[in-house]
Design a protein around this ligand. Structure first.
Ligand code: PHE
Ligand code: NA
Length: 521
């Protein structure tokens, strides 16, 4: 048990860093659009249920995995899973499941961030466009402003690289000096901006139709229309809970590994989740939905990516103080995205430190280069094709950001709650102010949450098959060859990164635990 690892400097720092990890573009961009386009209030019912029966249990499993792994000097998933799995199954099998989970975390942290970093770049670029009033000119549609933005190397690539460099800088300085310090500044500012924007949003009147008031928009979110409640809606809500709490990604475990062995994980975990939900439901919901409802009416709410980058700028330029509020909005998005991306960046940096024994500075630089290379296709697609399809980005998001995280989540629950099961409660409750009760563990952690994940996976698989995701490309090559080649490249990249991730995790576990694995017991 090596222990000259870094730890969190303070409780507040840990909570803000974990909240920064969870609070991301998922809260302010993904959630409002999902809730709005899935019936508003009808979405909220399964959403809240999923937080309790899926989100909290898996969150506990992840904090536990992370703190336990940290005790043995690990910050990465492969060895963490191995350590808990070997309690029951033979080391030679434990290394296999460890490598599979390590592979998923590796894929998630490289591939999600390869496009997420670009979106963070957009938010930074749009903060600049807001300050300089570049989208305020009503002669050019905000759709065109966005298209020009992502198709111009000048803006897109520049702000992407700036965002990456800032991330690298933060991570280079380590846990306390880097991640904790940045979170302590960015998170409070994010909340202040969020509250100002929410108040402004509620007081906006509709210039279009008097009956489209902001308050109507709020009602839409909080009045459940039971007839709109469907399986599809419930699945999307559960998927969002997973995404927004950063579950199935490996990054909660990574941050939890910097805890001390008896730091409270139950209360800290619940606090983090509450901060995330406040930012999502109260702030995200109150900023975007009322304002969009007032200006666009019920139809305009389902605009997807366009909601943040096209519809909202269009609203800002038509409302009093729009330039100021636009600036706040894009800076808020930037802070949210940045503090989440740090977590993925740190995961890979820790992996290189741990497995190659290189210095943090060197590791952080290598990760910078990795993100430049893996992010290049995302940035180049709109520039080269002069389209706004973002087919490469979408393909990565559909596979890695929505599907793999569920499978990874299921595997970790199996390892944490079943294989490590008899130690789980004691281990989790060590140092806890509120203890997890045995019935909660036996019902929700062991049975309900994996079952729900299984259902989610089965239904998503069915949907993906229907939509042709499992079909290899030639089948639809004739239709849109250009689009397809970006999709195909994305799939090849996903597979390659997966293979590298598996081998890396395998070697990493083998290096440290090789003896017990070959000796059989
Ligand atoms: N929980 C994050 C969010 O809501 C998910 C995420 C974390 C995505 C890190 C990318 C990088 O946005
Ligand atoms: Na979130």
């Amino acid at each position: 048990m090596s222990n000259n690892r870094e730890n969190w400097g303070s409780k507040l720092g840990l909570i803000l860093a974990m909240a920064g990890n969870a609070i991301g573009l998922g809260n302010f961009w993904r959630y409002p659009y999902l809730a709005a386009s899935n019936g508003g209030g009808a979405f909220m019912i399964p959403y809240i249920a999923a937080i309790i029966i899926l989100g909290i249990p898996i969150l506990m499993v992840e904090w536990n995995l992370g703190r336990y792994g940290g005790k043995y000097g690990h910050a990465t998933i492969g060895p963490m899973i191995y350590l808990q799995a070997r309690e029951v199954i033979k080391p030679k099998y434990a290394i296999i499941i460890g490598s599979i989970c390590g592979m998923f975390a590796f894929m998630v942290t490289i591939l999600i961030n390869s496009y997420y970093n670009h979106i963070i770049g957009w938010t930074l670029g749009y903060s600049y466009l807001s300050v300089t009033g570049k989208y305020m000119n009503k002669a050019v549609s905000t759709g065109k402003v966005f298209t020009d933005y992502i198709q111009s190397p000048g803006l897109e690539i520049t702000f992407w690289i700036i965002a990456l460099a800032l991330l690298g800088l933060a991570v280079t300085r380590g846990i306390q000096q880097g991640i904790e310090t940045w979170s302590k500044i960015m998170m409070p500012v994010l909340y202040i901006f969020g509250i100002i924007l929410a108040i402004r949003s509620l007081t906006v009147g509709s210039p279009v139709r008097p009956d489209w008031s902001a308050i109507k928009g709020l009602n839409y979110l909080w009045n459940p229309d039971w007839s709109k409640l469907s399986w599809q809606t419930a699945l999307k809500a559960a998927g969002q809970v997973f995404y927004t709490l950063s579950l199935g990604m490996g990054i909660i475990e990574n941050y939890a590994s910097y805890l001390k062995a008896d730091d409270d994980i139950v209360l800290s975990g619940i606090t983090t989740a509450s901060l995330n939900e406040f930012a999502e439901v109260i702030l995200g919901g109150t900023i975007v939905i009322p304002i969009a409802y007032a200006f666009l009416g019920p139809e305009g709410l389902g605009a997807g990516v366009g909601l943040s980058f096209i519809s909202l700028p269009n609203i800002f330029r038509n409302m009093g103080g729009g330039q100021f509020f636009g600036t706040l909005w894009f800076l808020l998005l930037f802070f949210a995205g940045f503090t989440s991306a740090i977590a993925m960046y740190n995961y890979l940096t820790a992996l290189l430190e741990e497995d190659l024994g290189v210095k943090r500075k060197v590791a952080a630089f290598v990760v910078f280069m990795l993100y430049v290379i893996s992010g290049l296709p995302v940035g180049l697609e709109p520039i080269l094709t002069k389209t706004t399809n973002l087919a490469y980005l979408t393909e990565l998001d559909n596979w890695v950001g929505s599907y793999l995280i569920l499978i990874f989540g299921l595997l970790e629950v199996i390892v944490g709650a079943w294989l490590f099961g008899k130690y789980w409660l004691d281990e989790t409750n060590r140092g806890a102010y509120w203890k997890v009760k045995p019935w909660f563990f036996n019902i929700f952690v062991k049975v309900v949450s994996p079952l729900m994940l299984l259902i989610l996976i089965v239904f998503s698989t069915r949907d993906y098959i229907k939509q042709g995701y499992f079909k290899w490309i030639p089948g639809f090559l004739e239709k849109t060859p250009q689009l397809v080649s970006w999709v195909q490249s994305a799939r090849i990249v996903i597979i390659l990164v997966g293979i590298i991730g598996f081998i890396e995790s395998y070697l990493s576990i083998k290096k440290k635990y090789g003896k017990e694995i070959t000796s059989g017991e």
